[in-house]
Design a protein around this ligand. Structure first.
Ligand code: IDC
Length: 316
């Protein structure tokens, strides 16, 4: 009897830490929607970091705890690939991987989901750095295969390229991740992740896949919303993994009227989203004012107009 108890205790010690290490359930995609283990539709609302290559300081536990306190469900770790100090353009791979490690662990501790974003931009065709992408996703998906908080975004914003290039990239990278985990994978769409119609016409085969849709309310209005609504009617699984309520260059005036119209559509279809960006860079898409040096304990007076709008969207 004693022996059986001892064995039972040992087994529990081995099993429990893995499952108790996080209290968010793994997500799946069902009937075009992101759902939890019970099949209930979940709508995550959150924020994207600026490039972790440039603003690593916001990847820290106290910032993440503050986000969680403000009802943030998900943090997107945007890691530029091709821009200055990018993963494939001279940035320190080991430093970036360590930052992602920390980001995943902080998100886990504060019970938030976390998106690992391969942030292509000037490398418009995702096939440009295919080899490095496969190595990267092989590494991270292996490391986090037991962490239910993690989602993978395999190409931020394909641009000046075709949907068939994006598909052929996706078909090569998805199996690398699937070797390790069934976690949700977000696939970028063409024209800076706006062409969800292409994905409707020619989807990528596989389970737990979503397509990225990005908008900037200062630039994109009803025309683009109609494209999203059409895709929703076709039950395309979509994640708004990046949006801003300013112009598409990340700066300029906030357009509250359009921002609210976008928010209504996201809420109607229970679309998960992340606002760009968590930093104090001197541009209006940043949620922190340029003179705010804090990493936590933010007051309303530390927030930009974008920051205040987001706080309201998360907490209302
Ligand atoms: C912008 C940043 C800006 C940075 C630039 C790099 O806000 O500080 O200098 O990238 O080229 C996107 C991209 C995102 C952009 C953002 C605003 O995913 O990287 O960030 N944006 O332009 N797509 C549409 C807008």
């Amino acid at each position: 009897m004693k022996k059986a108890f001892l064995i039972f205790t040992l087994i529990m010690m081995l099993i429990v830490p893995v499952h108790a290490s996080s209290n968010v359930p793994a997500l799946k995609v069902k009937n075009g929607k992101l759902v939890n283990a019970k099949g209930k539709v979940v709508q995550l609302k959150g924020i994207s970091t600026h490039g972790i290559n440039w603003f690593p300081r916001y990847v820290n536990q106290s910032t993440f705890n503050d986000l969680k306190k403000n009802k943030c469900d998900v943090v997107r770790l945007a890691m530029y690939t091709n821009e200055y100090n990018g993963y494939t353009s001279g940035g320190s791979k080991s430093k970036l991987l360590k930052l992602i490690d920390q980001g995943v662990s902080y998100a886990k501790k504060s019970h938030m989901y976390v998106i690992i974003d391969w942030h292509i931009l000037s490398d418009g065709n995702p096939l440009t750095h295919l080899k490095e992408s496969k190595q990267f996703f092989s590494k991270v998906s292996k490391k986090y295969k037991r962490v239910p908080n993690v989602l993978y975004e395999i190409c931020n914003e394909p641009n000046n390229t075709s949907w068939s290039n994006v598909k052929s990239y996706a078909k090569k990278v998805i199996p690398v991740i699937r070797k390790n985990t069934n976690a949700p994978i977000i696939i970028g769409t063409t024209t800076w992740s706006q062409d969800v119609d292409q994905a409707v016409n020619s989807p990528v085969k596989g389970k737990n896949l979503l397509y990225a849709f990005h908008f900037y309310a200062g630039t994109h209005h009803q025309d683009l919303r109609n494209k999203l609504i059409q895709a929703m009617k076709k039950k395309l699984p979509v994640f708004v993994s990046e949006y801003g309520i300013v112009n598409a260059d990340g700066n300029g005036k906030v357009n509250k009227k359009e921002a609210n119209a976008w928010a209504r559509v996201m809420d109607r279809y229970k679309l998960s989203s992340c606002m760009w960006n968590l930093s104090n860079k001197n541009e209006s898409s940043s949620v922190l004012k340029a003179n705010c040096q804090k990493l936590s304990g933010f007051k309303t007076s530390d927030l930009t107009v974008s920051g205040k709008w987001l706080k309201n969207y998360l907490t209302k």
